[in-house]
Design a binder for this molecule. Sequence first.
Ligand code: AMP
Ligand code: GLY
Length: 438
Amino acid sequence: MNVLLIGSGGREHAMAWKIAQSSLLDELYVAPGNPGTVRHGRNVDLDLNDQKALRTFLKEKKIRIVVVGPEGPLVDGLHDRIADDPLLKGEVTVIGPRAKGAQLEGSKDFAKDFMFRHNIPTAAYRSFGKGELKQAIDHLGQMQAPYVIKADGLANGKGVVITSDIKEATRTLKEMLEGGRFGSAGERVVLEQFLKGVELSAFLITDGVSFKMLPAAKDYKRIGAGDTGPNTGGMGAVSPVYYADKDFMQKVHDRVAAPTIRGLQKDGIPYSGFLFMGLMNVNNEPYVIEYNVRLGDPETQAILPRLRSDLLDLFEGISSGTLSERHVDVDDRTAVTVVLANQGYPGKFETGHPIIGIDLVTNAYVFQSGTAMQGDRLVTNGGRVLSVTAFGKDIEQAILAAHRSASPIEYEGKYLRVDIGLDAVKKPAVRATPQSIK
Ligand code: AMP
Ligand code: GLY
């Protein structure tokens, strides 16, 4: 079977690595891919908005499965354009929903409305459009701090403002609804109740009728050790999550995953691919903070190495509507993923510095994201440069292995969080000396 994977991050490198292990695979193409994905398939330049070029590529290369890594192309209707192209005769399965289903991520208002209609636990909310600034400010007055203000549309993960300062909250509402902050994504805002708890990322794969849970992960979003400083795309991940035990995950299955898939069916929204449930564990009860219609980055780099099952076999299950007959087998060990970032990220940073030492890494997986080839040299080319995933029989062993494995990789500006996973370590001695594991 020939497969086209869309994307260029660490998530897609991990997906390419996993797909390439399948005995069902003939050729893997990655558009555009990165220097890491070249090891597992062929990187191709493909303008996804050029329907003719896309169609020709899919036909010439006899692609049967298109896997979409990021949400953007899904929200923009890539699935619809492939599925509805009469010249492709429905021969290509897209892993990732149509534009309608992608609204679960593309519009917070849509997602909240969906959750309330289907009794899926989430924070109480109200949404306000352009011209409703006064009503929004009035509503703010009835809320309790901290205030959670979200731009409705896609804003590269930056569209959420949480503040206890009512003046800042009011200013934020004005900027979004009238000042063009976040562009069209902010023309509608969602004001929601603040949930106090611990966050985790839960995942499922579905053919729209049945679904299988995948391993859950915890993402470390802030740039600084001890969860300090600005938000990033994610500085590391661990899987499994110590505060998501079997009972909690059963609640996630019964109260979130199952009603979501049933809700999509009831609403007549076909859905194929992954669903990422961003959850808050509030006193052991799961609440949905957000849906994403894709896998997470860097969560994927922690969960796919734990997946023993053949990923392409699961995709084939989606293609033939027989996912219920497939099996998801998960490695019991703990995976820790440490992101090697670039000094200055998530603000300004330099690029073009040579990266050395990847070949010296043993007992770990290295997934590339912000890298490029300059002649035959691998150089830095983004804020998050690489990620390193290692296994351990427990969290301590996995943390040690990840840091030991990351240490030979060198480049100017290398920055990493030394505390990924340490919150899960019960032993105070290890907790107190994060530097010792560098
Ligand atoms: P989102 O883009 O919806 O994932 O939100 C970004 C971050 O804001 C989340 O990862 C949470 O840390 C936080 N957040 C979002 N909604 C809430 C909420 N209702 N209560 C508390 N924290 C929230
Ligand atoms: N790591 C969070 C995300 O992928 O959205």
